[in-house]
Design a protein around this ligand. Structure first.
Ligand code: EPZ
Length: 419
């Protein structure tokens, strides 16, 4: 286990380079299993979620060569073994092996535990889509056995524009017989990144990034080289940090189009930004205006930036509100922020209000999930005195080299291993 220690209340200047997207990388690695030859993927972030997926690939007998930010994967000789719970429970994205192995072998057996601190996290939409394609599903106490004589393309209407279900159904449909249409598909950038990867192998996917995706089944997928898209949630997190403490802080290697919802909210807060082709420069303003945030599916305000944003709102001059429409329990960080002097209150399960500006004082606090952890890092950077963030392993799952990136721009932050 690890904890993060921060001496706060320091301005940050310089440049932070954004890494490859976690939520893209954790889909691309399982998708590589579909290729009948070797694939190479660059800009893979060095985060523990990718380590866990590499462990699953090794367990299945794939050839994996990970060197720096490049991973080479050859799944042509993998065995279709049951994926044990102790590996699959390490990250939600292990569910992408359901679509990938079902597509490759017409059979997948794995443990898949539901739930985490932000909510129930069901996979009913994934399973309904697999059944629509012709699969039979047996489930017993988190153990799933999904089989199909063959997978036949069909039209699938998603009740909700689920990111995971959209990607998993693309994986399941890419080698099916005939054409599959996914209606009400999610439009996040990582979906486009996965579809482009598969098309580079010879798949026939069109419409990724829109709410209707068409997949014409193919028989063979050949070798290719691909690159992970920059992580717009990591970028957004550092943009929020810059809005709080930036003194000419540059966040580079980003795609500003992916961050329009956040940029528009920061503009509403009077945050001065210089937006370049692949970077944003931010100075924290003397006074931040309060705003109302409502999380939506892409391209709306991302739920994954709601918790980091909550910390910035503690510094706004007035009352801000957050309406979380995606997850049913994504406000646990507010209780930790209040320990540090914030004035946040829950109005309902899905709504919170935050009044500011509040002076934050360093305390020992607990990360309850990845983005709650990010919210506490921002609070620690703002706070007077020392902040200790326990359960910091959550943060290491999604923010590559966060200690180095922040130290380089002037933060006093360190990581300590605890037994
Ligand atoms: C992905 O989760 C991300 N994770 C999440 O990021 C992100 O918050 C979420 O998309 C929304 O953008 C990865 O990509 C690995 P969903 P996912 O399916 O795919 C309900 C982070 O911090 N739902 O779009 O699990 C679900 O309960 C993580 O990086 C069903 O009801 O999200 C939720 O209310 C946290 N049935 C909503 O849809 C289903 O079968 C959104 O879920 C699937 C989802």
């Amino acid at each position: 286990m690890h904890k993060i220690i921060i001496e706060g209340n320091r301005k940050l200047s310089g440049e932070i380079k954004i890494s490859g997207s976690k939520n893209s990388a954790v889909a691309l690695v399982p998708a590589a299993v579909l290729c009948d030859e070797k694939v190479s993927i660059a800009n893979i972030p060095n985060i523990s979620d990718v380590d866990s997926l590499e462990q699953i690939l090794n367990y299945l007998g794939a050839y994996v060569d990970r060197n720096g930010d490049i991973i080479k994967i050859d799944s042509s000789k993998i065995e279709n073994k049951v994926i044990p719970e102790e590996i699959s429970k390490k990250l939600r994205a292990s569910y992408y092996f359901m679509g990938a192995l079902l597509s490759k072998f017409k059979k997948v057996e794995m443990y898949f535990p539901g739930g985490c601190s932000i909510g129930e996290r069901p996979i009913n939409l994934h399973l309904k889509g697999f059944e629509a394609l012709g699969a039979k599903i047996e489930e017993k106490e988190n153990f799933f056995r999904i089989t199909a004589d063959k997978l036949v393309g069909t039209k699938i209407n998603l009740d909700f524009a689920s990111v995971g279900a959209t990607i998993n159904l693309i994986l399941a449909a890419v080698k099916a017989e005939g054409t599959t249409i996914i209606a009400n598909a999610a439009k996040e950038p990582h979906i486009v990144n996965v579809a482009t990867f598969l098309n580079n192998m010879g798949a026939k996917i069109s419409g990724a990034g829109t709410s209707e995706i068409k997949i014409e089944g193919v028989k063979y997928l050949h070798s290719c080289f691909h690159e992970v898209v920059p992580d717009y949630i990591e970028a957004g997190t550092y943009m929020i940090i810059a809005s709080a403490l930036g003194n000419n802080l540059k966040i580079s290697n980003i795609i500003p189009d992916h961050l329009e919802a956040l940029i528009s909210k920061l503009e509403e807060m009077d945050v001065p930004m210089q937006i370049g082709v692949d970077y944003i420069k931010i100075d924290s303003p003397v006074c931040l205006k309060p705003v109302n945030i409502k999380t939506q599916v892409y391209p709306g305000f991302p739920t994954d930036l709601q918790q980091p944003m909550a910390t910035l709102l503690t510094q706004a001059d007035g009352v801000s509100t957050i309406h979380e429409t995606i997850w049913e329990n994504r406000f646990l960080n507010l209780f930790e922020l209040n320990k540090m002097g914030a004035k946040a209150s829950l109005l309902s399960n899905s709504k919170a209000s935050i009044s500011g500006p509040s002076e934050l004082i360093g305390k020992t606090v607990m990360a309850t999930d990845l983005r709650a952890g990010a919210s506490l890092v921002i609070a620690g950077l703002l706070a007077k005195g020392t902040t200790i963030i326990e359960n910091a392993d959550y943060i290491l799952r999604g923010y590559e080299n966060i200690i180095e990136k922040l130290s380089k721009v002037g933060a006093k932050i360190s990581l300590e291993e605890i037994e």
